[in-house]
Design a protein around this ligand. Structure first.
Ligand SMILES: [Mg+2]
Length: 377
């Protein structure tokens, strides 16, 4: 039902979309996961390792064989070897394994080459780890599946490596999808297929459902995501708090988390000290002039932002900040204020006065150069 609501909202101009969280459900998200990344790189570079049980180990030279498996090739996984397993155990399970030391700096270089391929399709790339990223390709007019296929092909032809992709309307679904068929897989879940896709999956495939929560859910006769989706929302909230609502949303295929690009350390900020008798109205005007300064700066640099932060210092010297990250690209003063003013209202000012106020934006996206070379620096 929600797909229809979203289609109506899609007609709205882009700067309205940032606050219309419903429309952001209909995004095009790709989760890309490199297959046995470290081991595949080693096999690629040394053909004699092809088809062999290659086990890349963190701390291979550590005394008493205290290392741990970083990545096992698919050949080694057949023996039960997997990441994070102690080296001693891996050696027992797979004595014929070829154990290699981690070459992290080199893998990072390869990872940057992968990112370079991604950046041809979108600037919204969120690396989760060295071999795993979310891409938001909503604004790319091409079909998300075509993009995923093109990316996989390019990784194969340019880097001689394989990746597994999951395509879905949000991060939760895209990640679950990519986990379905590995290696070299592609799983697509269109918005109308979400419910069916989730229905029979075990509840523990939901992000945040660990063994303890799983036992609790099982005791409520909830074993599948479908059963969780049909469960009473209020009861879930009572039993699991805020997390219960999150589980409920996920179970119903709803995930509003934005794809947050790297570079989040960069920010632009403006702040000012207030007089003794500054009224709330003039505080809003001051915020508007701070927003104007930020808009100028963003325009000059050719950047947009996704996160807005309001910071206040009160007359008791306490400092408080409130932030919000949105799906759209913010640049204009009005867009910034639309986020900033409600954030300011969230700050409890009872009996206190604001001494100093600041506005900043972060999660910057370059409009000039979609490629972000410092992704892992
Ligand atoms: Mg991987």
């Amino acid at each position: 039902m929600w797909q229809i609501q979203n289609r109506e909202r899609e007609e709205e101009p882009p700067h309205f979309r940032i606050s219309a969280s419903l429309s952001s459900m209909l995004r095009k998200i790709i989760h890309l996961d490199m297959d046995a990344f470290y081991a595949s790189i080693e096999q690629r570079d040394n053909p004699s390792l092809k088809g062999q049980p290659v086990i890349v180990v963190m701390g291979l030279d550590a005394p008493h064989r205290h290392g741990a498996v970083a990545t096992a090739s698919y050949e080694a996984r057949k023996f039960g070897v997997h990441s994070a397993m102690p080296l001693a155990q891996a050696t027992r399970l797979c004595p014929q394994g070829i154990f290699l030391p981690v070459r992290l700096e080199y893998y990072r270089q390869v990872s940057r080459q992968v990112m370079e391929i991604f950046s041809q399709y979108t600037s919204l790339i969120e690396p989760v780890s060295i071999d795993e990223s979310y891409l938001d390709v909503t604004e790319n007019p091409r079909d998300a599946v075509d993009i995923a296929i093109a990316i996989k092909q390019e990784i194969k032809s340019r880097l001689n490596l394989t990746a597994t992709a999951g395509v879905g309307p949000n991060k939760f679904i895209a990640k679950l999808a990519s986990g379905m068929h590995k290696p070299d897989g592609l799983t697509v879940v269109r918005p109308h297929q979400v419910q069916e896709f989730l229905r029979d999956l075990p509840v523990e495939s939901i992000l945040g459902v660990g063994p303890v929560t799983q036992r609790k859910l099982n005791s409520l006769k909830i074993f599948t995501i479908g059963q969780l989706a049909a469960f009473d929302r209020t009861q879930l909230k009572e039993r699991f708090g805020k997390l219960g609502l999150q589980f409920y949303d996920f179970a119903n295929g709803i995930d509003l988390r934005p794809v947050v690009p790297a570079r989040s350390h960069m920010q632009i900020s403006r702040e000012t000290t207030l007089g003794n008798r500054t009224s709330m109205d003039s505080i809003q005007q001051i915020l508007a002039s701070l927003a104007e300064g930020i808009e100028d700066h963003l325009k000059k640099e050719g950047h947009c932002a996704r996160t807005v932060t309001v910071k206040v210092r009160l007359d008791n010297q306490r400092q408080m900040t409130r932030s919000r990250t949105v799906f759209g690209k913010l640049q204009h003063k009005e867009e910034l204020l639309k986020i900033a003013l409600p954030l300011l209202e969230k700050i409890d000012l009872k009996g206190k006065k604001i001494r100093r106020i600041g506005l900043s934006v972060s999660n910057l996206i370059s409009l000039k150069d979609p490629y972000q070379p410092q992704l892992f620096d």
